[in-house]
Design a protein around this ligand. Structure first.
Ligand code: KIV
Ligand code: ZN
Length: 512
């Protein structure tokens, strides 16, 4: 198959993805993800929702100033203030700046949420697009909840916004409700019933509530869609969005029957997936397609035998194509700074000299207690030492006694806003005692929702890795910590989550 249509990849990890519970990122973290998206060479980075908070605004602005290559989009509801704010943030990307405006078009959203009639929604959509085109010709319009919208009305809206100047029209399955053939039918309907449809790029944005986001996006291509909106690891509202790595690798792997291609450098996919889960603390399920820990693992003897004879017996894509190297055992006590830095680069971490120094000190101390250092240990070191939110609270020292007859007691020393504080408390177990002590020192009101602990690698000398999910003022945060001592790892995760809660930007309540 020779003639391939290039499908535009619009990545919304930093906007829709960031709407996942616990996935909020600070400016520095967003910038790291944006750099990785730049390496992936996605066509559009939706960098945020500028009116949502000052933090969102600053992040979009910084990404627009810094990132070269992809277009930089900012989201805006269909209202003057949102659009002006989006422009103020994205304008720094110059000709690559894009305003993405939206309004809901389904009966249920119009009647129950917006309290607007069809004509009012149509007017608002057109007005919004006109205002945005006053700033830039790169305007995308989304008909929120398009899948549950009456098709003749959807077609009217699409025609009107294209007439008003929208260069891209996006058809979201906001609630992840569509079946592939049904979704393809909606795209075909628009292709056949909107007279000016060829004047705009038709885009799709699928949520994964029924696990069909990737299937629906692919089905839409055959009906004429030219842009797919997606996120790294498929993170996003509720069950998430169309997964970027899955849709891109499906197009690459099945190029024999699919006449499409993308501009994505797939060799950066694995590093992108790792970086995102390191930053957000949202782990990738082991059986996740393409990037899960088991995606290339073969358990059954017959499979292992086949793979040893010829990988193609059971592998449909190569590990190299997503940038996953099998060189898992990396470094040891005698490894030097050069090997260390090179391995970090291979894992996708571009660090400053100062950050490398910090990470190297931690690596050396870990190598003293652990014979073999694996990639996962390096991820944990980077997460702990480098990708850190500003620290209002710092864990200085701790000691725990527990066992089958002593009451578990934790002594914890923390720095709180620069002042050293110490306390000792008993608890139901060593983790409970530790968390109680930290809670007392920080006076935190956050509620513990979830606590998970695991070993990063195999062996009894493995580092423990802990994730803590907290809720405060209705918003969730995830904290992570790694240490050879699992109670210390737990304390670090708890303190990390508290730091995230304390430093996350305040958001105005946004009603979509
Ligand atoms: O899911 C959705 O409808 C959205 C729009 C804002 C594009 O995220
Ligand atoms: Zn969405």
């Amino acid at each position: 198959m020779s003639e391939k249509k290039t499908i535009r990849i619009f990545d919304t990890t930093l906007r829709d993805g960031e709407q996942s519970p616990g996935a909020s990122m600070n400016l520095d973290e967003k910038l790291r993800i944006a750099h990785q998206l730049e390496k992936l060479n996605v066509d559009v980075i939706e960098a945020g929702f500028p009116i949502a908070s000052d933090g969102d605004f600053e992040a979009v602005k910084k990404i627009a100033r810094t990132i070269k290559g992809p277009m930089i989009a900012g989201l805006a509801r269909a209202g003057d203030e949102d659009i002006d704010r989006a422009w103020q943030a994205v304008q720094y990307a110059g000709e690559r700046a894009l305003i993405h405006t939206f309004i809901a078009t389904s009966d249920i959203h119009m009647q129950r949420k917006l309290l607007m009639s069809e004509n009012q929604v149509l007017d608002a959509a057109v007005r919004a697009v006109r205002r945005a085109t006053g700033y830039t010709p790169n305007v995308e319009f989304s008909a929120e909840d398009a899948v549950r919208t009456r098709l003749p009305f959807l077609a009217r809206v699409v025609e009107a916004v294209i007439d008003a100047g929208a260069r891209t029209v996006n058809i979201p399955d906001t609630v992840g409700y569509a079946m592939p053939s049904e979704f393809a039918g909606i795209i075909s309907y628009l292709k056949n019933n909107v007279p000016n449809i060829d004047k705009a790029v038709l885009s799709v944005h699928c949520h994964n509530d029924l696990g069909l986001a990737v299937a629906n996006s692919l089905a839409a291509l055959d009906a004429g869609a030219e842009q797919i909106e997606c996120t790294i690891n498929g993170i996003g509202e509720r069950a998430g969005n169309c997964s970027m790595e899955e849709v891109v690798m499906a197009l690459r792997t099945r190029h024999d029957i699919l006449p499409y291609t993308t501009n994505v450098n797939t060799e950066h996919i694995y590093a992108a997936s790792k970086l995102l889960s390191t930053i957000t603390g949202i782990v990738v399920q082991p059986n996740k397609a393409v990037v899960g820990a088991n995606a290339f693992a073969h358990e059954a003897g017959i499979h292992q035998h086949g793979v040893l004879m010829d990988k193609l017996t059971y592998e449909i894509m190569t590990t190299e194509s997503i940038g996953l190297t099998h060189n898992k055992l990396v470094l040891g006590k005698h490894s030097g700074r050069h090997a260390f830095t090179e391995r970090l680069k291979e894992l996708g971490y571009e660090l400053s000299r100062e950050d490398i120094n910090k990470a190297f000190i931690r690596f050396k101390s870990l190598a003293d207690s652990k014979k073999e250092i694996f990639d996962e240990d390096l991820d944990a070191i980077v997460a702990d030492e480098i990708i850190r939110v500003p620290e209002k609270y710092k864990l200085l020292q701790m000691n725990v006694s527990s066992g089958s007859f002593a009451a578990p007691t934790a002594t914890v020393e923390l720095e709180v806003d620069g002042k050293v504080k110490k306390t000792a408390l008993m608890g139901d177990g060593p983790v409970d005692a530790t968390f109680k002590a930290i809670k007392k020192l920080t006076k935190s009101k956050a509620r513990l929702l979830q606590f998970t602990i695991g070993a990063i690698t195999g062996g009894t000398d493995a580092q423990g890795e802990c994730t803590v999910r907290l809720e405060e003022d209705g918003r969730e945060v995830l904290g992570q910590g790694a240490h050879p001592d699992i109670i210390v790892a737990s304390a670090k995760a708890y303190v990390n989550a508290l730091n995230k809660a304390a430093t996350r930007p305040k958001r105005t309540e946004i009603h979509l």
